[in-house]
Design a protein around this ligand. Structure first.
Ligand code: NAD
Ligand code: WQD
Length: 340
């Protein structure tokens, strides 16, 4: 194995921390860069506890060129995985400039500093949000981008464009964009998981916080969609499966001959919001107070992945069930709140 390390920007976050664990477990050395604006140092400690290895951690902002330059000078980096971004759809509508500034400036600054340091491989955290409501489901990677529903979604589309353009001018650059579907769950050890800021907007953290008594009630946003039970359909993927897709991408990037590639990372199965709620109640045996409310503006009715390309090229497929995800998410919430 090469001695070059894998740099994880935003590696103290939800998906980055799980990816750090899977990379370390496969023998990679990782370097984490994070400004801890949306996470906490306890995630680094969690990675260390799970793997039994110390983590090289640099606290700083990816939009700060001199900070990134100093990291590239200190560490021999072979691959970068770029997680660092803000991710709240609602917050991006309230404060679009914050999102354009952070998500785009960190992308552009990182690419410039990679070029200066001679680092030529990057895996990018994209999102199924780039597709909007696709014409065909399951959606594959050839589906066109729709007008983004939010500034957050626009930053993912723009970052993909920036990366693809960068491969045209820099012939050494190799890029993989992984388009995640809906990441859920936590590490089975309950030592790392999702740490939502304030009131969660994503479904599963809202469910676990309601079950833990922090929120009084979950509202299901609409039951009049054209779906089996009227609630929206999503492709919920266990965060550990998602983390493993990054390991596969790092392993495959040298053998992929095209400079820019995109992969859907999902299970290929659609589940409704109400099906998920019923599974949560059944696997955890906890009471969950929920009600049906109005549709949430901007929600797509149904989407799930065609993950064939990831299976064939990256040799990756999702292995864990939605029940696993929900149980692990609940165990993490209980641990955070000190519940039995
Ligand atoms: P997260 O908020 O848990 O992690 C992001 C991390 O990046 C945080 O630790 C934060 O402190 C850090 N960060 C943000 N801006 C930074 C900057 N300028 N410099 C340094 N660090 C910075 O989010 P996550 O769920 O782990 O998401 C990781 C990536 O995956 C993001 O790019 C997100 O947009 C993308 N994504 C997430 C989801 C999801 O539902 N969680 C779905 C699709 C795509
Ligand atoms: C899932 C379903 C809601 C909360 C978002 C981003 C996407 C990606 C993943 C980053 C929807 C319903 C939710 C609640 C509910 N992130 N819901 N009550 O909207 O599919 O995707 O996160 O890239 O870009 O848009 O995820 O978890 O918010 O919602 O009924 O309190 O749960 O309406 O149908 P979403 P979500």
């Amino acid at each position: 194995m090469s001695t070059a390390k894998v740099l994880l920007t935003g590696g103290a976050g939800y998906i980055g921390s799980h990816t750090a664990v899977e990379l370390i477990n496969q023998g990679f050395e990782v370097v984490v860069v994070d400004d801890l604006s949306r996470s906490e140092h306890q995630m680094i400690e969690g990675i260390e506890k799970i793997t039994g290895k110390p983590v090289l951690f640099y606290k700083g902002d990816c939009a700060d060129a001199s900070f990134l330059q100093s990291v590239f000078e200190k560490e021999k980096i072979g691959n970068v995985i770029h997680f660092a971004a803000y991710k709240s759809v609602g917050e991006s509508v309230e404060n679009p400039l914050l999102y354009y500034r952070n998500n785009l400036l960190s992308m552009v600054t990182l690419l410039a500093e990679m070029k200066r340091a001679g680092v030529s491989k990057i895996i990018f955290s994209s999102s199924c949000t780039v597709y909007g409501q696709p014409e065909h489901i399951p959606v594959d990677e050839s589906a066109p981008f729709k007008k983004a529903e939010s500034p957050y979604g626009a930053t993912k589309q723009m970052c993909e464009r920036i990366l693809e353009d960068a491969t045209v001018s820099n012939k050494n650059l190799k890029v993989i964009s992984l388009r995640y579907f809906n990441p859920v769950g936590a590490h089975p050890s309950a030592l790392i998981g999702e740490l939502p800021i304030g009131t969660p907007s994503n479904l599963v953290p809202f469910i676990t916080q309601t079950a833990a008594g922090i929120r009084t009630q979950l509202t299901v946003f609409g039951n009049d969609y054209n779906t089996p039970d009227g609630s929206c359909v999503r492709d919920f993927i266990h965060v550990v499966d998602l983390a493993k897709a990054h390991v596969k991408a790092v392993q495959a990037i040298d053998s992929i001959t095209t400079p820019y590639e995109t992969f859907n990372i999902g299970t290929g199965k659609g589940e409704t919001v109400l099906e998920l709620i019923k599974k949560f109640i059944s696997v955890t045996s906890v009471k969950l107070n929920y009600t049906i409310g109005a549709r949430r503006p901007g929600d797509v009715e149904k989407i799930f992945a065609e993950p064939r390309k990831a299976r064939e090229v990256l040799k990756w497929k999702a292995e864990q069930t939605l029940e696993d995800s929900l149980l692990h998410a609940w165990n993490w919430e209980k641990k955070l709140r000190g519940l039995k």
